[in-house]
Design a protein around this ligand. Sequence first.
Ligand code: ZN
Length: 555
Amino acid sequence: MYLALYRKWRPATFDDVISQSHITTTLKNQISQNKTAHAYLFTGSRGTGKTTCAKIFAKAINCTNPQNGNPCLECRVCEGLENGSITDVVEIDAASNNGVDDIRELRERAHFTPAFCSYRVYIIDEVHMLTTQAFNALLKIMEEPPPHVKFVLATTEAHKVPVTILSRCQRFDFKRIKVEDSVERLLQIANAEGAQLEHGAAELIARLSDGAMRDAISLLDQTMSVTNDITVDAVTQSVGIAGREYLFSLADCIQRQDSAAAMEIIDELYQGSKDLQRLCEELIEHFRSLMLIKSIGNVDEFLESLSYEKEEIENQAQGFSMGGILRCLSLLQQCNDRIAHSSGKRIELEMCLIKLCTPEVDDNQDALLSRIEKLESQLREFVGGGSPPSIRSDEMQVALPKKEERQAEAVQSIKQEKEQERHKDSPPKQKIDEKNSPPKQEIDEQAEQLSPVREWPQIMAELGKRAPHLKGVLEDSIAFTHGEVIYVDSPNAMFGMLIKKDGNAKYLIDAVRQSLGREYRIRLRKSKPKVEKTQENLIDKLLENASNAGIEVEK
Ligand SMILES: [Zn+2]
């Protein structure tokens, strides 16, 4: 039978456990000095060795010939615990057996002395999943534990364990496995298994598994089932990911301020089951790398990125200002704090990326500085004899026509559209005399019947509660009703793109229903911004931004 690599290579002694020496050293000392506690709490993210250490601990305290705190792996007890013939070590998976019955049974059996071992050890995995009743039953026995009983509680979420339980445990915090430790272990395993593992490929596996050794070994296993010559390409192909290119692509979108492309990448990753919280963390790491390269230059020891990506990171960092990078990091951090508790992780991340790509919807000081920096560089280009800067319409909102002008313009263009539709719908022969079409006056009346939605600010407030990202792009929008349709006219091109995305239209329809008490269909209207791309305009805007941000600029 094929034994999965991670089981085959599971550490058998404390000395085999990597990246957790702060824990294994303490446990070995306690065991060799016979000063172990009644109960332990092992906490840390998945794949960091909690259960493995619990099993080693259970063996070591019962081993008849312990070696410096490690189990000998050869005595009757070590062998019996390994092959399951000795049942004094009990593993309970609270995630699947979270009933009070299991703990009640534990309580009844715990009072009997162990059959073969010195200690009966209860390893309760994912202990935070126990019900309140089960926790209470567990607490009863932990309050007065028989001398021959030890508990090792393992959890990824220590904050969900009641304080009454926590206070009775010695707590050990397991760290994520360091990339270099993981790489070393992977190379060792590959070598022993007769596979060629490139250093870069080992790094990639270590990074992808995110500090979880079990996942890293499983990835190695998966790649080895395809080929024994393991390169970076072999890993990306077998795992079905395009390396970490998406991080560079997203950072490019932010630099180009291309929110539409960023949304597409997120959508693609989401469809590919990418964990969006993890994506947010990866983006933070990526921008941290950009920040370090930008500020320190030679950063090998701080850089958490893969060595073969270093050159790419250096190139990308050149396209960003330090202010821009810091603004991205701060927004991503805020997003990361929120996303953990949010049921709408995708929307949180989309909102964040829209802010990152469009500093103009963000009015904090960092965003203003970022806008000023961009305008400054455009200005430099312009003054330096290059072509005049291109300015996006939404960046120059000061130059947008007034709302009333846009309303009149929208009525006019809807008229034209209806006129065109009328031509299109008519059979060809009637196109000439237009006999059967409604008279032009009637169309004018229809268009005139478009009435501005006075409750629009109220609808926007409702929308803000449901989908703040949509509200953000609808700033400065206007709307009209006609029959069962609401025409939305937004100067921000993003709206057209966003409204087609899953569920977004529904948010708006719901907000409309909430405010107007009935259902409308939503149609999009695009106003034509009259932006005067003059140098004076640009400088005025620049000065205005600078003074808003409290920066003095010499004229
Ligand atoms: Zn032994």
